[in-house]
Structure formats: C-alpha cells, structure tokens
Write a protein that binds this ligand. Structure first.
Ligand code: PLP
Length: 455
C-alpha cells in the first residue's frame, strides 16, 4: 500500500476493515488493498490514483451505453423528484412500470408481450423457477418441476440462481444445488471437444438434454435454462449445430426453454436478444444488466404469450414479488436507456459496424505465441491462453496464467477478465473504432508481458 495517496490508503483501510467483497478472497485483498474506482466517462474508468483504464468488461457486462449518459441520469433524477418509490403489489402500478412494459414488448421477440420485474438477474432466475412450476401446475402437471441447466453455466448467486448455475466452486459452498435441479455438459469445444469436429460435438452435447429428459421422464421435467453465450463461464460459444437441436428437443418433449439474457440481452450480440442471433424462440427470457446499462438495478422476466395465457387462465394470485420489483427510478433509467439505444440504432451498429470491426481486430491476436484460439460474436469475445499451440497444451495450473495476464492488462490500462486461462472482454457497445484499436493493442502488449512473465 506504499506510494499511494493518503486518501487512497484511507479508503483501502476502511474497506479492508468493514467490507466483505463478492467473489473475492477478502483475506488476501486486505493485504493487497482494493483498487478504488472513483469516476467514469464513456468507456473509461478512473481510480483514486488518477489511472485511466479502458473498461473492456463494461463494468460487469452491464454498462452497454457507456458511462456518463446524461439522458439516463436526468430521467432517474426527475423520477426521484416525482415518485421515488412505490410498489407494484396488490393491484397498483406506476407510469414508468406501465410504459417500460410496453417498450420492452416492442423490443422483445414478437411472441413475448408481458414482463415480471425483479431487482437483479439472480432474482429473475429465482422467479423463473417459481413461474414455470406454477405454469405447469396450472396446466394440470404439478409434477413437472425439474429444471435442467448446464455445468459451468452462471445464473446468479441466490440459492436458486447458484443452483441453476453449474459453477462447482459455488456448489461446494452451502450444499448446492437445491433439489430438482440437474446439469448436463456444456458445448465448450476448445476445452472439451478433443479431436471431434465442432458440429458433431455440438450435436452430442445438445443430445445430452434428450438423454436427461428420457432418464428423468418427460412428465417430471419443467424447463431447460441456458445462456445463448455462456458469459461468466468463459464466453463459450456453442457450435452451429447446437441450438437448433436443443430447440427440437424442447419442443418434442414439451419442455419450456428459458433464455438467460442477462449478459446477451440489449444489443451485445448485434440483436436485441441473443436468442434472436440464433433464431430460437424462448418461452421465458431473464434480463437485467444492460436493461438500464447498469445505472440502477433492475431485472425482468419476459413471458411468451402461451405461457402468459397459461398463467392467467386459472385466475388466482402468483404469490411472488420483491419490494423493489419495477422500482420507479430503475424503470425510468431503463426507459431512457432503451430510447437512447433506439435513437442511436446501437443494435444495428453492433451487428453491422462496430461488432464486425471488434471481431476482425480481436482475431488478429490469434497469431500470438500464447493464444490457442480467439472467438467472439458482436461485442463479446474471448481468447484461450496456451503454453504450446501444437500440440495444444495449457500452462501449468500453478502458473495462474489468466491472473498474470489480467494483472498485466490492468497495469497497461485495460480491464480484461480472466476465467481460468480464458481471457474475456465485453466492452460498452458505444466504443469507437479508435478505442477498439487501443483495446486490441493493449491486449497484445499484455499478452507479450504475460509470455515474458511465464518463461
Ligand atoms: N444470469 C447471467 C447469465 C449472468 O451473467 C448473471 C450475472 O452475471 C446473472 C444471471 C445474475 O445477475 P445478478 O448479478 O444481477 O443477480
């Protein structure tokens, strides 16, 4: 902690003494000291020591429209003056919830016209479990309760969200998963595909869903949940054969399909939702993060007309909801954010202009001696760190190549995340070509530094 300003040291000490960070070794952090991020603008964040860093992760995959969007800030401020809080329980609504619901129906796939609000992605996925079980009960099938998900998926941090997710380290703490949730393998060709060609591998992984349904019995399985691109798992992009087969299986066995769009939603793939990139129609969509560009916490579960009709058909209450479901200021932020996206036609920009440019530049890193693969879609991308390209071998685990690379990135002025030895980016969608060039050049320099450090 030496060499830092007094102000930084004071914040670090307060933080170390009183704050337990999420997904952090708090003991180790106490010794090292937190990086104190104080302000941000556009695609850059600034820390208390005056360092300017290109935010290659858009915060936590959420600041899609970048930092400092005055229209969103003004909308929140105005809303707080008029109605800082009211709830949506017991037959009440407020104008921003009503207007946002209609706006979401506009940007969602055509067969989805209703949303249920939450405060986060995790709450969305808790809601999803309760909602699909309630739906099947309403259809006279109360035994359809089992949720199928994928190993190494991320669906949140609540008991149900973490159970739906397939992260081993999360399951190891606290006795997860909760009952009636099971997992099939992920379509991660680079890591698990061996010598199989990607399309055969993709089909095989998809057919694990069919095997699981047959093993459990169709009358027990409620739904399959998946991220169109597995984000936190390491930006895992399924082979082309995968999604059509998944949809066939869901349709054939009458299993609901839930697209967890907490990362892929709101333009990241060059479509409003990632399922549209793959041309698949989900029964439910979980969304959060990019809905407000992270300016305020908000989540929503979108429901297809068929599921909505089933839920409404029997009457009676859905005994579920959160104090902050559809918080007025969060809804105002979402409305302003989505309107801004529409005005700037940002989704088309990602699909036709800046997305292809980012992918083209990112792919140039594939020639680096410690890069085994680059991949990406729209404004999300990954690269795999390897010790040898042929035959492909990873660095020894103890070398923590990903963490080494991450630290070099930060020192060089770029936030890039490490998932094991997979380096990932998901920058704000408003990033310019010049900033993309800077991102890729800094990534290359950091790869050089990593290579040198690991010799
Ligand atoms: N689902 C996915 C795909 C996510 O990536 C995340 C968070 O990263 C969540 C759910 C959980 O969202 P939250 O952190 O808002 O609870």
């Amino acid at each position: 902690m030496t060499g830092l300003t007094e102000q930084t040291q004071s914040w670090q000490q307060l933080d170390a003494a009183h704050h337990l960070h999420p997904f952090t070794d708090n003991q180790a952090l106490g010794q090292k000291g937190s990086r104190v991020v104080t302000h941000a603008e556009g695609v850059y964040v600034y820390d208390s020591e005056g360092h300017k860093t290109l935010d290659g992760m858009a915060g936590l995959w959420c600041v899609n429209m970048g930092y400092g969007q005055q229209a969103v800030i003004d909308a929140i401020t105005e809303q707080l003056k008029v109605l800082p809080y009211y709830n949506l329980f017991f037959q009440s609504t407020h104008p921003t919830a009503a207007e946002l619901s209609a706006l979401l129906a506009q940007v969602l796939p055509a067969h989805m016209n209703r949303v249920f609000y939450t405060g986060s992605g995790s709450e969305c996925n808790d809601t999803v479990i309760r909602m699909v079980r309630h739906y099947w009960a309403s259809q006279g099938k109360p035994d359809k309760t089992v949720m199928i998900s994928r190993h190494n998926a991320y669906h949140g941090s609540t008991m149900a969200g973490a159970s739906l997710g397939g992260m081993k380290p999360m399951h190891q703490q606290g006795g997860l998963p909760i009952p009636d949730i099971c997992h099939i393998d992920q379509p991660y060709h680079f890591e698990e595909g061996g010598n199989q060609d990607p399309e055969t591998f993709g089909l095989e992984r998809a057919r694990q869903l069919e095997q699981k349904i047959l093993e459990l019995g169709e009358d027990r399985v409620a739904a399959f949940i998946a991220e169109p691109i597995q984000g936190a798992g390491g930006v895992i992009i399924a082979p082309d054969s995968y999604w059509k087969e998944i949809k066939r299986i869901c349709d054939q066995y009458h299993i609901l399909f839930i697209s967890d769009e907490v990362i892929c939603g709101f333009g990241r793939t060059g479509h409003w939702f990632g399922c549209q990139y793959y041309g698949i129609e989900p029964d439910l969509i979980s969304m959060a993060k990019g809905i407000t560009s992270g300016y305020l916490p908000l989540g929503a579960v979108a429901v297809s007309d068929r599921v909505a009709q089933g839920l409404l058909s029997q009457g009676g209450e859905f005994n579920h909801g959160f104090t902050y479901s559809g918080h007025p200021a969060a809804c105002a932020a979402a409305i302003a954010n989505i309107k801004l996206m529409q005005e700037q036609d940002i989704v088309t920009r990602v699909r036709d202009e800046i997305g292809p440019y980012l992918q083209q530049q990112w792919a140039t890193l594939a020639d680096h001696p410690i890069v085994g693969e680059t991949r990406g879609i729209g404004m999300v991308a990954a690269l795999e760190l390897v010790e040898n390209k042929v035959p492909r071998t990873r660095f020894h685990k103890d070398k923590e190549a990903g963490m080494v690379c991450r630290e070099h990135c930060i020192a060089n002025g770029l936030i890039m995340r490490a998932v094991g030895d997979t380096m990932i980016i998901a920058p704000p969608l408003i990033i310019t070509r010049t900033e993309v060039d800077q991102l890729v050049a800094t990534a290359r320099k950091s790869l050089d530094d990593t290579w040198r450090s690991l010799q």
